[in-house]
Design a protein around this ligand. Structure first.
Ligand SMILES: NC(=O)c1ccc[n+]([C@@H]2O[C@H](COP(=O)([O-])OP(=O)(O)OC[C@H]3O[C@@H](n4cnc5c(N)ncnc54)[C@H](OP(=O)(O)O)[C@@H]3O)[C@@H](O)[C@H]2O)c1
Length: 333
């Protein structure tokens, strides 16, 4: 059994981590943080097995994490890097679900408006979507930068396509359920604001997932592309749908890309090339997508995931499974 801790256990991603890890045969969760400490964790999450009855929230203090093998940080960006500065010792594994280890140092000031506390660790962190780069998780990796939710929905289908085609433009229209914003209380996320409505936000070159998507397109395909990315808020609890338009593509190249993508993902348990619908992926670690052609010059990709599972906690557990030598699907199906 490996010993795990979750910092940010009261949040939406933290809750999914606890739920999924409670089914994992090789992991025991011994520490869960909340600044509202001492309360039994099971009071918030009655679905937990009875063995967790004595687990109480503790505050964020490195003394509670010293003997753990793996710590999941399900904390906001600009919080995780400060915690890592305190707890990193080169022994335990840290899996950060925030954006604090996904980018280059300069990006944090430009996109996240903070100076990174430990830029020297950025190069040590491995960003991993297992279906694309699981071999980057070597045994000595100590920090995993878990990919963002929108980037996961986009990069899984897009990366292999870009290995075969070179579009003139990449336009991405993504829509997310409200849990994508986390548990914080804000007017924009109130029931009456969200229900029976749909709105775009961060329009223009504003959303913080733009540098992440562009960075990994460049690293994984060698192509230096600027994307157009517009996210939307939709009145559902969870799930993301991303529609990606690639212009300037011939029908022949579209067919070549399709063949390549089908072959690449043929044996991937969590990826299915089917008609993508959010209702079919929620509460799963799956990405469903499909590839279409408009008959003129545009290739269209539609992709769906559960933002809290394949877009956050499920992928974090998948990455942990690879690193610790568990079956990659353990706890996830
Ligand atoms: N929601 C998604 O779909 C999604 C997908 C991918 C990645 N992410 C990323 O995952 C992280 C967590 O997201 P979430 O949606 O689960 O957030 P959330 O629901 O708002 O939860 C945030 C958690 O962090 C804790 N926290 C907040 N500020 C803290 C601080 N200064 N020190 C220690 N703990 C603190 C909170 O605990 P207490 O207030 O109880 O202390 C809470 O448990 C974020 O970085 C987010 O960007 C989220």
């Amino acid at each position: 059994m490996i010993k795990a801790g979750i910092v940010g256990g009261t949040g939406y991603s933290g809750k999914e981590l606890l739920r999924l890890l409670s089914f994992h045969s090789g992991v025991e969760v011994l520490y869960v943080s909340s600044r509202d400490k001492d309360k039994p964790v099971i009071d918030d999450y009655p679905f937990l097995p009875k063995k967790y009855s004595n687990l109480r929230y503790k505050d964020v203090d490195k003394k509670y994490m010293e003997n753990l093998d793996v710590i999941f940080l399900a904390t906001p960006s600009d919080t995780s890097h400060k915690i890592v500065k305190d707890i990193y010792d080169g022994n335990k594994v840290i899996i950060d679900i925030s954006a604090d280890f996904r980018l280059e140092n300069n990006d944090y000031k430009r996109w996240y408006k903070f100076d990174h506390f430990i830029p020297e660790l950025l190069d040590k962190a491995v960003y991993c979507i297992p279906e694309i780069n699981r071999t980057d998780i070597k045994k000595d990796v100590k920090i995993i930068a878990n990919p963002g939710c929108y980037p996961t929905s986009v990069l899984i289908p897009l990366i292999p396509v870009l290995e075969k085609v070179d579009p003139e433009t990449i336009i991405i229209d993504s829509k997310s359920g409200v849990s994508g914003a986390g548990k914080k209380v804000a007017e924009d996320y109130l029931f009456c604001e969200v229900n029976e409505s749909l709105k775009a936000y961060s329009i223009g070159r504003k959303h913080r997932h733009i540098p992440e998507i562009e960075r990994y397109i460049k690293l994984w395909t060698g192509k230096n592309k600027k994307i157009v990315f517009t996210p939307h808020l939709i009145p559902i609890n969870r799930g993301i749908i991303s529609t990606i338009y690639l212009t300037g593509i011939s029908e022949t190249d579209y067919k070549i890309a399709c063949e390549y993508v089908y072959e690449k993902y043929r044996d991937e348990l969590f990826i299915k090339i089917v008609e993508p619908q959010i209702k079919n992926v929620i509460y799963t670690n799956h990405c469903h997508f499909n590839l279409y052609y408009d008959g003129i010059s545009t290739m269209i990709i539609v992709s769906v995931i559960d933002n809290l599972i394949k877009g956050a906690s499920g992928q974090a557990i998948q990455n942990m499974n690879i690193l610790f030598g568990f079956d990659e699907k353990e706890g996830l199906c």
